[in-house]
Design a binder for this molecule. Structure first.
Ligand code: DAH
Length: 368
């Protein structure tokens, strides 16, 4: 290579770089161009490596030519860099004019409480307003608390009404929340207002309306001169509040050893609106609230004098009520972790219709 050829090469590189610089539209691309030209192995920077090809007395001249060209190219690149930086800054200014930091942005779905929990919390709030205490009881119960204290001795045929899980230690998985009645009487005496929501267990064959694990809410109110009208009025208010509609109730006699008289409070079916469907067994009514006046033996077992005090008790089918409220037609999905059941409380008014028999599950879309 001689000096003339070097000059031609440098001029070519300068021209090409100037053209390329104008075409570049991003800061990153400009940086790449910079190193492709000026870097050690770049089109211009690499020319220094050829310096040994020149006679010793020309090498100073070669270095000078290359360095001067570097300076000119650098100032072209720098000018373009300033332009691009300026453009980026004003774009972000523009963006900040419409950016609203109070908007939620791309929030991931946060999950929600289980439908049964949602209804349980509603009922707890309601009864707290009425002066009731919310009590808890163990899921593993003594045979005495689950049966005997509730006027169901070992020989009593009513034991057969509840298929019980017996444990190796002689205890039972509570078949209902009623043992909390006895526990509360012992704990608080009379007068008394408690509710006790919780999980219950029965040795059931599972189908669309039976589960081995389900929820109830026990209610107990003991005072002077408590009668059935208090119970029925409270039941109607409870169901109306939870269902957020005017609920019609029907009262039938029912048998439970721990109450006398015992009644069944039915609610008109929310799934079919009383038109008769599989959920209400084509009757238009759903058994939701077995109840009654606390049996004197139960009061006595709890240390309360039945001549002085009377009370009502109920055992609300919490799981069933949640199914009614959210239009869930199959109890099995509640313990299955089916996410579509879990978002039901968020949807309010967009019921989930589950039809296991056809395997098709129509799920309404969440409201915007
Ligand atoms: N413990 C009963 C059951 O699970 C339901 C029940 C009926 C509870 C009547 C009550 C009641 O408190 O008064 O079948």
């Amino acid at each position: 290579m001689d000096l003339e050829l070097l000059n031609t090469k440098i001029a070519g590189i300068e021209r090409e770089t100037a053209e390329a610089t104008q075409k570049v539209t991003s800061i990153d691309a400009l940086r790449s161009l910079d190193s492709a030209v000026l870097g050690k192995t770049g089109s211009l920077g690499g020319l220094i490596a050829n310096i040994k090809e020149f006679p010793a007395d020309q090498r100073g001249q070669v270095g000078k030519l290359v360095n001067e060209a570097k300076g000119r190219i650098k100032s072209v690149l720098d000018a373009r860099m300033a332009e691009l930086q300026q453009a980026a800054a004003s774009a972000s200014d523009e963006e900040s004019k419409w950016f609203d930091p109070t908007l939620p942005g791309n929030v991931r779905p946060m999950g929600s409480v289980h439908p049964v929990t949602a209804v349980q919390w509603e009922i707890e709030r309601l009864f707290e307003r009425l002066g009731f205490t919310v009590e808890d009881g163990p899921e593993m119960e003594s045979e005495y608390n689950n049966f005997e204290a509730l006027n169901i001795p070992a020989s009593h045929p009513a034991r057969d009404m509840q298929d019980t899980f017996w444990l190796a230690n002689g205890m039972v998985l509570r078949t209902h929340t009623s043992p909390v009645q006895h526990r509360s009487m012992k704990k608080f005496g009379a007068p008394l207002r408690v509710i006790a929501p919780g999980r219950c267990f029965r040795y059931e064959t599972i189908d669309a309306s039976h589960e081995n694990t389900f929820h109830q809410v026990e209610g107990l109110m003991i005072d002077r001169d408590i009668g059935l009208p208090h119970l029925i009025a409270m039941a109607k208010m409870l169901l109306t509040e939870v269902m957020q509609r005017e609920v019609t109730v029907r009262v039938r006699p029912g048998y439970f050893p721990f109450v006398e008289p015992g009644i069944e409070i039915d609610m008109n079916c929310a799934i079919c609106g009383g038109k008769k469907c599989p959920t209400c067994k084509y009757s238009g009514w759903v058994e939701i609230l077995p109840a009654g006046m606390v049996h004197p033996n139960v009061l006595r077992a709890g240390g309360i004098d039945p001549d002085e005090w009377s009370g009502f008790a109920f055992g609300l089918g919490l799981t069933r009520l949640a199914m009614m409220k959210y239009g869930i037609g199959d109890i099995r999905i509640l313990n299955s972790g089916d996410l579509r059941a879990l978002v039901a409380p968020q949807r309010m008014g967009g019921p989930i219709i589950v039809d296991k028999t056809t395997k098709s599950r129509a799920v309404s879309e969440p409201r915007p």
